[in-house]
Design a protein around this ligand. Structure first.
Ligand SMILES: Nc1nc2c(ncn2[C@@H]2O[C@H](COP(=O)(O)OP(=O)(O)OP(=O)(O)O)[C@@H](O)[C@H]2O)c(=O)[nH]1
Ligand SMILES: [Mg+2]
Length: 205
């Protein structure tokens, strides 16, 4: 749950990029770090990687402006997507305020997308959070491969497999090229801030 630091007049919210291994979570964060102004974006911290596989997490703090007189800081994390690192995913999910689920458009990854989403639902449940309750957006990544010979899932197939029951905003993206990265981040941030300000207004903090 978002943390309010009254001494510093600051709201801190935790945003987690979740999804199957090699789906493009770290690539999203690297793109944000590379292209965002230094006034907004702090230092990136990458804890333990092997090649391009995240073994623990990536972390990037963003200061995105003011809401109700309070500075808003979003702490952005990625989880390791590989199935065997579930303990780490659970740890990173603790205190989560919003989730970007990065799905891989590769046809061969269809089942991994579905299993990773199921795993997210379970791990959120352990945190007493309903997937229908938390600010969540889906990102269908690697759309640039549509112009290659590699078979990819259609947008409709991904909507059907992943978003049928959720009905949340979804964005096509190529994190590698930077397409759709900010659209995704903007939407989930909007949802998170809306949630925090409602709670503040209702006196739930
Ligand atoms: N063609 C293409 N490749 C991408 C895209 N996004 C990521 N990749 C590549 O996919 C591979 C995996 O990307 P990562 O960002 O490391 O994936 P991840 O989700 O962080 O993976 P884990 O850390 O193992 O969970 C890398 O070689 C990326 O360059 C994209 O939009 N298009
Ligand atoms: Mg990674």
């Amino acid at each position: 749950m978002a943390f309010i630091d009254m001494k510093r007049n600051e709201i801190q919210a935790k945003l987690v990029y979740y999804g199957p291994g090699r789906g493009g979570k770290t690539t999203n964060v690297l793109h944000i770090h590379k292209t965002m102004s230094r006034q907004i974006c702090g230092k990136i911290v990458t804890i333990d990687t092997k090649g391009d596989r995240t073994l623990f997490f990536d972390f990037l703090p963003l200061s995105i402006g003011k809401v109700m007189g309070l500075s808003v800081r979003i702490q952005l994390y990625t989880v390791p997507g590989q199935v065997l690192y579930n303990d780490t995913r659970k740890l990173v999910l603790r205190g989560v305020d919003g989730v970007v689920f990065v799905a891989d458009s590769l046809k061969v990854q269809q089942q991994q997308n579905i299993e990773s989403l199921r795993n997210l639902v379970e791990n959120l449940k352990d945190e007493k959070i309903s997937v229908h309750d938390i600010p969540l957006v889906l990102q269908y990544n690697k759309r640039d491969l549509a112009s290659s010979s590699i078979p990819i899932l259609s947008h409709d197939e991904m909507e059907h497999d992943l978003n049928r029951d959720l009905g949340v905003p979804s964005f096509p993206a190529s994190a590698l090229k930077g397409d759709g990265v900010y659209e995704t981040l903007r939407e989930v941030s909007k949802k998170m801030i809306r949630r925090v300000t409602h709670k503040l207004r209702d006196g739930n903090y």
